[in-house]
Design a protein around this ligand. Structure first.
Ligand code: FES
Ligand SMILES: [Fe+2]
Length: 349
């Protein structure tokens, strides 16, 4: 008889998600005038902008012949299917059929709708029980607008269950993998706390970066300028997303978009703090805004490099699981036990 622990561990690779959360499904700039198709845990959703820029979310399936509505176009607040030109209101009702005969009525079809909001540069969708959408909020990202933070975004696309990505992000011992990118080193788990919504893991690590002079930003580009020094490294899985601080200079978010059991997308947002530059903060706001905008993406090469290495490992783990789902691994990091417990609790809610 297999032990319950083994079953617990392996089951996680097929678990679903808690739908009653807001999920970051796209960046705001990805949705222009053409409707955008996304998939959130098997659910195809079309996003489109109405006349005042408001975003609507409908099931991405035309009720007429089941083609994708996202191939159509937005007309004011309505969405027109590209095939026969049926139009739908943002409430999902059919409002117009171009060839409707005088003795015919509009079809009474009702497309499923999803609560959508645009916040902090991202489009968020709530796929669960609509009556609960107002009771929770999307992950807050105060640094997005704050003038003291420089952002870089990397998109993660991995052919693996989302649990592998979350575990990668919670296990800071994998700094070993990133040695050539010099992100952090020698992480040691100091403390751990968990509840039904989040897991917080507190590590002590060595950081390569110290952003205390204006030229320090160039450390992101030139390894020779980096010097190891101790910093606290705190990572939190705040279901369904991940947030991390490395000392005072770096904050990183990972906004997860689980697509299905074998595919996950996520946005990794890295913020470099400019808090140390008091002279900069005295300059006019327009200039600080200009600096924030101009330095956007400063850590792109570093972030993309880290993501590529992580994705390779995560996909290998997934493949190994598919080859032999019963095989048990050895785990030494208690943060991962807590992480799996939270995934499970949330998924079966
Ligand atoms: S399939 Fe959409 S209008 Fe016919
Ligand atoms: Fe990593």
């Amino acid at each position: 008889m297999s032990s319950p622990k083994i079953t617990f561990y392996h089951d996680i690779r097929n678990l679903g998600i808690n739908q009653n959360h807001w999920y970051a499904v796209a960046r705001s700039i990805e949705l222009k005038s053409q409707p955008l198709s996304i998939t959130l845990w098997h659910q195809p959703i079309v996003l489109y902008r109405g006349c005042n820029g408001k975003i609507y979310g409908l099931e991405d399936i035309c009720p007429h012949r089941f083609v994708k509505l996202s191939s159509g176009r937005a007309i004011a607040d309505e969405l027109e299917c590209t095939y026969h030109g049926w139009r739908f209101e943002s409430s999902g009702k059919c409002s117009h059929v171009p060839y409707l005969a005088s003795n015919q009525k509009l079809p009474t079809c009702q497309i499923q709708t999803f609560p959508v909001q645009e916040l902090n540069g991202f489009i968020w969708v709530f796929p669960g029980d609509k009556s609960l959408a107002n009771l929770v909020s999307p992950q807050l990202i105060p640094e997005w607008e704050h003038l003291n933070y420089i952002a870089t975004i990397s998109v993660i696309k991995c052919r693996a269950h989302y649990s592998y990505l979350v575990e990668n992000l919670m296990d800071m011992h994998h700094g070993h993998l990133h040695q050539n990118w010099q992100a952090w080193a020698a992480a040691e788990l100091i403390d751990l706390s968990e509840n039904d919504h989040q897991v917080d893991a507190y590590y002590q690590a060595q950081s390569y970066y110290k952003i205390d002079k204006i030229w320090s930003i160039s450390q992101l580009l030139f390894p020779a300028l980096r010097q190891l020094h101790p910093e606290p490294l705190n990572v939190s899985y705040i279901y369904p997303n991940w947030v991390s601080n490395l000392g005072k200079d770096f904050k990183i978010y990972c906004l997860l978009l689980p697509i299905n059991e074998r595919e996950t997308q996520a946005y990794l947002i890295h913020f470099t703090s400019l808090h140390a530059f008091w002279r900069l903060h005295k300059l006019p706001e327009w200039f600080r805004r200009f600096v924030k905008k101009s330095l956007f993406g400063s850590a792109q090469k570093l972030l993309d490099g880290l993501v590529q290495q992580d994705v390779e490992m995560i996909e290998e783990e997934q493949q190994a699981y598919l080859k032999n789902p019963q095989r048990r691994n050895y785990e030494l990091n208690s943060a991962l036990v807590s992480t799996q417990r939270l995934i499970r609790k949330q998924a079966i809610k």
